[in-house]
Design a protein around this ligand. Structure first.
Ligand code: SAM
Length: 456
């Protein structure tokens, strides 16, 4: 295995002392625990394992199965998520999260965004932002699969959110960092690490935190996290932040069990901090800090300073709504709209927010993509199959074996006899995976090309 960078080793020995430093370096050469987080509504078919003590839906698996060959994984029954990073959910455990508006500023590939989407529930709204235009597509795919219909995926700079002044109940900054916590799970990250990168990341982290704070409501919560051990990107970034706006910060109740779980707890101003060292806690290297913004929370937040821009979404007409309603469990709670060729649905109570965001940010995906209407009938998008609010009686369900389901996920050929004539919802052990259309002896596999399994 690639050696740990010498400058990293030396610093760890200085910071932790030789004994603990050696223990950390030794732990970085052991295998990573495999962990998943179950979907609360769709997770019955998720693999079972030992619970992660700080995560309501998390478990460790005793071995790493081939997730690619598990149809339930593709259907969003669970997310493969490193255990330490699931701790951000625990930071919000004392809060009433249902229905809240949350901004995840550095969101791809979406591990934490999907957890936040679960916490705010279908009535809430998560804005999951990823600046990198390639990574944002992976984020959008994971959001589609999670299927709660309560996420707006954007691809913007953090500063673009500043006009949304005091608008969010929670803002999470899972900052780009030098990645020392990845040294175990991704050994190639050891080669990419440098002392220079540590300083550069710290400068970016300070800027992102400044934008995050502006977008946060009084009474709201800021979560700052990195997957690195060094104080320059962790405590020192917070020291600098506290020097700027410390008088606006209030401490939350600390997570009292943290030490018993092997997490190192600390304090920077009003921030409670939590650091995961792999030789002490069962997870990868991780640092998280949390604080509340002083003041009384208002329900809506400030109106903010929108640039003059026209929203790119348009309402659907009555006929279209009638057809879309057939596919939704609670059509009266939903509002549908058109963006380009595609029709989408979102909670009616969130429609105006989606409209506003689509006028001021680069929105990649919002709510649930329903599909296109041809001759009055919906041609469903793959995302609709993953949506928890899909009315499953809308089309016949075809329950496939594991082999057949994998063939479907490869966009391979399937026997027409497996399906009824017309559209079918494809399921495996009740987890819905997508749609096919049977026309006589022919089967059109409608699984999205971008999601198909490539291996045999
Ligand atoms: N939160 C994600 C999750 O749980 O799956 C992981 C996020 S990762 C640690 C940090 C992300 O920040 C990367 O996707 C990276 O592309 C993005 N990033 C890089 N530079 C950025 C910047 N200047 N502003 C905002 N985000 C940035």
């Amino acid at each position: 295995m690639q050696q740990l960078p010498e400058a990293f080793r030396e610093r760890v020995m200085r910071d932790l002392g030789v004994e603990a430093g050696e223990a950390l370096c030794a732990a970085l050469d052991t295998p990573s625990p495999t962990a998943i987080r179950r979907h609360p509504q769709k997770g019955a078919e998720a693999p079972v394992g030992e619970p992660i003590p700080w995560s309501e839906w998390g478990s460790y698996l005793s071995e790493r199965p081939s997730f690619t060959l598990d149809p339930a994984f593709h259907g969003g029954a669970y997310y493969v998520q490193e255990a330490s990073s699931q701790f951000v959910g625990r930071l919000l455990a004392g809060e009433q999260m249902a229905g809240k508006r949350l901004l995840d500023l550095c969101a791809a590939p979406g591990g934490k965004s999907t957890l936040y989407a679960t916490l705010v529930g279908e009535e809430g709204l998560v804005v999951a932002n990823e600046v990198d235009r390639r990574r944002v597509q992976i984020l959008a795919d994971n959001v589609r699969k999670w299927g709660l219909g309560n996420v707006v995926v954007t691809t913007n700079e953090a500063a673009d959110f500043e006009p949304l002044e005091e608008w969010f109940d929670v803002v999470a900054v899972d900052a780009p960092c030098s990645g020392e916590g990845m040294f175990r799970r991704l050994p190639e990250s050891r080669e990419e690490w440098s002392e220079g990168a540590v300083g550069q990341c710290a400068a970016i982290q300070r800027e992102i935190l400044g934008s995050a704070w502006q977008a946060l409501k009084p009474g709201g919560i800021l979560i700052y996290s990195t997957c690195t051990f060094n104080h320059t990107e962790d405590e020192e970034v917070l020291v600098d932040f506290v020097a700027r706006v410390g008088e606006e910060c209030v401490a939350l109740e600390p997570v009292s069990e943290a030490e018993a779980w092997g997490i190192e707890v600390g304090r920077v101003g009003a921030f409670h901090t939590y650091r995961f060292y792999p030789h002490r806690a069962k997870g990868e290297g991780f640092f998280a800090a949390v604080v509340r913004k002083v003041g009384e929370a208002t329900k809506s937040g400030r109106r903010g300073r929108d640039r003059k821009a026209k929203s790119v979404i348009q309402p659907v007409d009555k006929r279209e709504m009638q057809e879309l309603s057939r596919w939704l469990q609670e059509p009266e709670q939903m509002r549908c709209y058109r963006a380009g060729e595609l029709l989408y649905a979102v909670r009616a109570s969130r429609y105006e927010e989606v409209e506003r965001l689509s006028g001021m940010l680069r929105v990649v995906y919002a709510g649930v993509a329903m599909g296109e209407i041809f001759k009055g009938k919906l041609k469903p998008e793959g995302a609709l199959a993953f949506y928890v609010g899909l009315r499953r009686e809308a089309v016949p369900e075809a329950e496939l074996s594991q082999q057949e389901a994998l063939e479907f996920l490869r966009k391979g050929e399937l026997a027409a006899t497996l399906f009824e004539e017309g559209l079918n919802l494809v399921c495996h052990r009740g987890v819905s995976l997508g749609f096919v259309k049977r026309i006589g002896a022919r089967v059109n596999n409608l699984y999205p090309h971008s999601l198909r399994i490539l291996n045999k």
